[in-house]
Design a protein around this ligand. Structure first.
Ligand code: 1GP
Length: 244
């Protein structure tokens, strides 16, 4: 978390590649991570809405073999918690009203977290309407916040900050038809003084840069990399040339 804060202070934008253990063949880890390493990605997030038991741990161990980037759990359920990662986004679905996703799952996670060395980062998670029903909506049974009610989204994010969340994650949902608008991102960013994560439906370098310009500190991309690993080519890490 301190590294994220430092990057925000230095105005360095962050990019997380999201790997969903349910969709990702473990045997692809070496070649996939090689591409991640040459891109501008700064984090690897691991998680999904529905994942079989133990799959996450096997995948995290494999990812760790091929990258030095921090591996952060973005869990859809308690079963996805593994001590082999570096940190966990302790997500509370504050856009919803389902106690299970506000505090229930968290209590069930306690015994695992007490035994782990994971850095736990309290994160206010807001699901925003994206044009189709997303996996998060299906699994949690929670309706997303309306795209047109920006004030409600901004107030919810700010309430999360007041409750002590260390990050706010604005989520359009994996594979969202349309990514979140610049206005939505910038209005939420204006109200916060904690880092803002944005994800869902971002499929091009242009959309990524727009999200950054609007105020996202860290962007999460999953589907675009799953569909075309050539997308990494567009996001090559900038070379730093030494002056002569
Ligand atoms: C999903 O925000 C992430 O939780 C990433 O979404 O898969 O659409 O990139 P995509």
């Amino acid at each position: 978390y301190q590294n994220i804060l430092k990057s925000v202070l230095e105005k360095k934008k962050l990019l997380a590649v999201l790997i969903d253990p349910d969709k990702f063949p473990v045997e692809n880890a070496a070649s996939f991570l090689q591409k991640v390493n040459t891109s501008q990605a700064t984090h690897v997030f691991v998680g999904g809405s529905t994942v079989d038991d133990f799959v996450t741990e096997i995948l995290v161990l494999e990812i760790k073999k091929y990258t030095q980037l921090p591996v952060v759990l973005f869990p859809g359920d308690v079963t996805q918690i593994t001590n082999k990662a570096d940190a966990i986004l302790f997500l509370s679905l504050i856009s919803g009203r389902n106690p299970e996703y506000l505090i229930g799952k968290h209590i069930k996670a306690v015994s695992k977290l007490q035994r782990s060395t994971l850095e736990v980062v309290p994160t206010g998670y807001l699901l925003i309407e994206s044009g189709k029903v997303t996996a998060v909506e299906r699994v949690t049974g929670e309706k997303p916040l309306s795209r047109s009610n920006i004030q409600e989204v901004a107030d919810t994010a700010y309430a999360g900050q007041l409750l002590g969340m260390k990050l706010i994650y604005l989520e359009a949902g994996s594979g969202a038809q349309s990514a979140l608008t610049r206005t939505m991102i910038s209005e939420v960013k204006k109200t916060l003084n904690i880092p803002l994560i944005v994800g869902g439906g971002i499929r091009s370098k242009q959309q990524l840069d727009e999200a950054y310009k609007a105020g996202a500190d860290l962007v999460v991309i999953g589907t675009a990399f799953e569909e075309h690993t050539t997308f990494f080519e567009e996001l090559k890490r900038e070379k730093h040339y030494e002056s002569p």
